[in-house]
Design a protein around this ligand. Structure first.
Ligand SMILES: [Zn+2]
Length: 280
């Protein structure tokens, strides 16, 4: 492992035993908060020697014990553990390979955020200042079968720029420099999704403008120590398979208005033709 891949000094102070216990603790919290059901979800930590400590396959996240964890290398080869490794290990390994700054990954299916993922909607609107600071945009990766290389391919373009990603028709993956922060990001994603639902239910959300978002992004780098960009307009996010971005300028608004007027005029002429047809 080269210097850039080495975990920070505070990570090295913890023993593998402590990481095993931390995984049990945050696994329990995922289950208690309803972010996973039955045996869903998985958590992992990058150890000081570069290997990955990860949850086993087929276990409820609230019933795990420290000795249930599995250790694999960065290629997914099992090094120790009496149980088999989670089938979704490929997603974890991808994050560790692409992000040397990341030492913990959490994957879950929190119901509201997963609902957005199942409706093809990223969480990309600057609705709440503290969420912009703590998380930024949560883009949507296109659908791929869980546990396959195709899922890693779908995530790959997004992992360098974001700290949490929605996976279409599947769930959420969040990651950070330590497990507690990765877990907190998962909570923030679900909170963001719940607030988005309330905004959509009440009416037209009043989005923060570019200037205000810019100030918050500066604050994020300064105070929260987040290194990824996570811009609110997703660079590679997809909504129903089509790259999208919110209306951000007069030009965007003008083009959208033109499209709506064109649709209304087309609808008017189609109705007129229909009426003429039935009057004959
Ligand atoms: Zn999953």
């Amino acid at each position: 492992m080269d210097a850039s891949n080495r975990p920070p000094a505070e990570m090295l102070l913890k023993s593998e035993r402590q990481y095993r216990e931390e995984i049990c603790r945050f696994g329990k919290m995922l289950h208690e908060r309803g972010f996973v059901a039955a045996t869903d979800g998985n958590l992992s930590v990058r150890l000081a020697d570069g290997n990955i400590l990860v949850t086993p396959t087929g276990m409820c996240k609230s019933m795990m014990e420290a000795d249930d964890m599995v250790v694999v290398d960065l290629h997914g080869r099992q090094i120790s553990g009496r149980r088999g490794v989670t089938s979704e290990i490929g997603m974890h390994l991808l994050v560790y390979r692409l992000r040397p700054d990341i030492n913990a990954v959490v994957h879950a299916h929190p119901p509201t955020a997963t609902g957005f993922a199942a409706c093809g909607q990223p969480l990309d609107q600057p609705l709440v200042s503290e969420i912009v600071v703590a998380l930024g945009c949560v883009p949507l990766a296109k659908y791929a079968t869980p546990g396959t290389p195709e899922l890693a391919d779908a995530l790959e373009p997004l992992v360098p720029d974001y700290d949490a990603i929605l996976m279409a028709n599947h769930g959420v993956v969040a990651y950070a420099e330590e497990l507690e922060k990765a877990y907190m990001k998962m909570e923030t994603v679900e909170h963001f999704a719940k607030i988005s639902v309330v905004c959509q239910t009440l009416g037209t959300p009043q989005l923060l403008d570019d200037a205000e978002v810019g100030k918050l992004l500066l604050a994020r780098q300064k105070y929260a120590g987040v290194t990824s960009n996570a811009p609110m307009a997703p660079k590679n996010g997809h909504r129903n398979g089509v790259a999208t971005r919110p209306l951000r300028s007069f030009g965007d608004a003008f083009r959208e208005s033109k499209r709506l007027v064109y649709s209304a005029v087309s609808l008017f002429f189609a109705s007129a033709r229909l009426i003429t047809h039935y009057r004959r």
